[in-house]
Design a protein around this ligand. Structure first.
Ligand SMILES: [Fe+2]
Ligand SMILES: [Fe+2]
Length: 209
């Protein structure tokens, strides 16, 4: 596969697209780029040395949300990708890419090959950590919500979302990365809540010696 050409194609189809009112223009392109990198990194962690499908993971990651905006976007995306990518991939690679795109949201709903499970987990991981804070702030800004409403979300809904999404991850290594991201956000939100009340964060003086 000519990755440079395919990356250009991803940019041309998604780079400036507005796919959701709560997301910035081009979100699906950058999200796809990150998901691809995360999927390959997960593969390196979990299946070191087994790199034969890395290009498939990359291209599937780049295009996994190409159908976003027309639901069910994974089915529409699989159709779109088959058309868009058929000149660029071998039939065997194309089948795997289409399979990943078509089932990236169907987590724990069947027996999926490892390459599908890697992208499913990568997709979840990109929605947590600092990117999740970004998405929350963007959502609040677009909907005219203030700091209080962002904090209400973290107080009332965030933990429930964390619990349900955590249960959808396929690999223990993904759960570990997920937990680290969530812990970071918890500590960020604790400080955000303090500063939103006008509290100063006083650093403890380091003991001399
Ligand atoms: Fe998706
Ligand atoms: Fe996604």
């Amino acid at each position: 596969m000519n990755l440079e050409q395919l990356k250009k194609l991803a940019w041309e189809t998604m780079g400036r697209r507005l796919s959701h009112p709560d997301r910035e223009r081009g979100f699906v392109y950058y999200h796809g780029q990150r998901v691809a990198r995360i999927a390959v990194q997960l593969r390196e962690l979990i299946f070191p040395g087994e790199d034969s499908l890395d290009e498939v993971l990359l291209v599937a990651g780049w295009f996994h949300d190409v159908g976003k905006g027309i639901e069910p976007h994974w089915e529409y995306g699989a159709l779109l990708a088959r058309e868009m990518l058929k000149e660029h991939c071998s039939p065997a690679d194309l089948e795997k890419i289409v399979e990943i795109i078509g089932s990236h949201t169907l987590r724990k709903q069947g027996e999926y090959p490892l390459y599908v499970q890697l992208v499913q987990d990568a997709d979840i991981l990109d929605h947590f950590g600092t990117v999740e804070v970004w998405l929350n702030f963007w959502h609040c800004a677009v909907r005219g919500k203030g700091v209080e409403q962002s904090l209400e979300f973290y107080a009332d809904e965030y933990e429930q979302e964390v619990t349900s999404v955590r249960g959808l991850l396929n690999f223990p290594a993904s759960v570990q990365i997920f937990d680290e991201k969530v812990n970071f956000v918890r500590s960020f939100v604790a400080r955000f809540a303090q500063e939103a009340r006008g509290e100063l964060i006083l650093q403890e003086k380091k003991a001399k010696g």
